[in-house]
Design a protein around this ligand. Structure first.
Ligand code: NAI
Length: 250
């Protein structure tokens, strides 16, 4: 088991990419702490993990809240006494032209996509720096939109570009003890993109623009995050892995 005796925290683990990562890490032996806002969604993922004999722990919380994230740290410390893997995956989108974008909506997206990555990394990396013996890893989920900004998603594009650069800064600061990388997915079939992908014209436009001719699956991103979290990626830090099905080369 690649992750036997390792403890992993995954934010936004109740659905989509986060749920796929949690299941994969648990399958490979990690004790996974499922963090997200909605207990019901986390319980559902946890039940699937337990059915496959995995070890999972549900921790409903809001990752943009300073006090709540401090409590999460206390929980990890008292329950496990260690943290080896952190996946900052929680995120949110939203479409708006710059004309209609309110300061509140701008701030909401920065808080969920960027502040949470800063806050959870800052707070939980304290645990990762204790007893510095094993390979430790943080993976932050950025986006294709962090590389190629799009019309009507200025707030999302800005937040994800910042996640990529924040990850590099954090990698420099936490080296050599904790490796920090980011992943930038293209269009992936999850609740985040569900509404858009139900529109056939939108879906076929995406497929045409993607070199591989299709939308991605959460498991295909989970594979990359699992690799980056493992000691097989022991010489990788400060990298961003773009997994866009070839969107940028068309
Ligand atoms: P999703 O909507 O299934 O997952 C996001 C999760 O984050 C949800 O479970 C949600 O409850 C949780 N979350 C949101 N705000 C939170 C908060 N304040 N505290 C705790 N949890 C919170 O969507 P998906 O696609 O799985 O998204 C995962 C990540 O992947 C996000 O960061 C997203 O921006 C990124 N991404 C997704 C792409 C896609 O095409 N689906 C493309 C590029 C990036």
């Amino acid at each position: 088991m690649r992750f036997g005796n390792k403890v992993a925290v995954i934010t936004g683990a109740g659905s989509g990419i986060g749920a796929a990562v949690a299941k994969r890490l648990a399958k490979e032996g990690a004790k996974v702490v499922l963090v997200g806002r909605t207990k019901q969604k986390l319980d559902r993922v946890s039940n699937e993990i337990v059915k496959e004999n995995g070890l999972s722990y549900v921790y409903p919380t809001d990752v943009t809240d300073d006090q709540a994230v401090n409590q999460l740290k206390d929980y990890i410390q008292s329950e496990f006494g260690q943290l080896d893997i952190l996946v900052n995956n929680a995120g949110s989108s939203g479409k708006s032209s710059i004309r209609d974008l309110t300061s509140e909506e701008w701030q909401r997206v920065q808080d969920v996509n960027l502040k949470s990555v800063f806050l959870v990394s800052k707070t939980l990396s304290e645990l990762m720096l204790e007893g510095l013996k094993r390979d430790r890893s943080i993976v932050n989920v950025a986006s294709l939109s962090g590389h190629k900004a799009g019309a009507r998603i200025p707030h999302y594009s800005a937040s994800k570009a910042a996640v990529i650069n924040f990850s590099k800064a954090l990698a420099a600061e936490l080296a050599p003890h904790v490796r920090v990388n980011s992943v930038s997915p293209g269009f992936i079939e999850t609740p985040l993109t569900e509404a858009g992908l139900q529109n056939e014209r939108f879906q076929s436009a995406i497929e045409q623009h993607t070199a591989l001719g299709r939308v991605g699956k959460p498991d295909e991103i989970a594979n990359i995050i699992t690799f980056l979290s493992s000691s097989e990626a022991s010489y990788m830090t400060g990298s961003d892995v773009l997994a866009d099905g070839g969107w940028l080369i068309t």
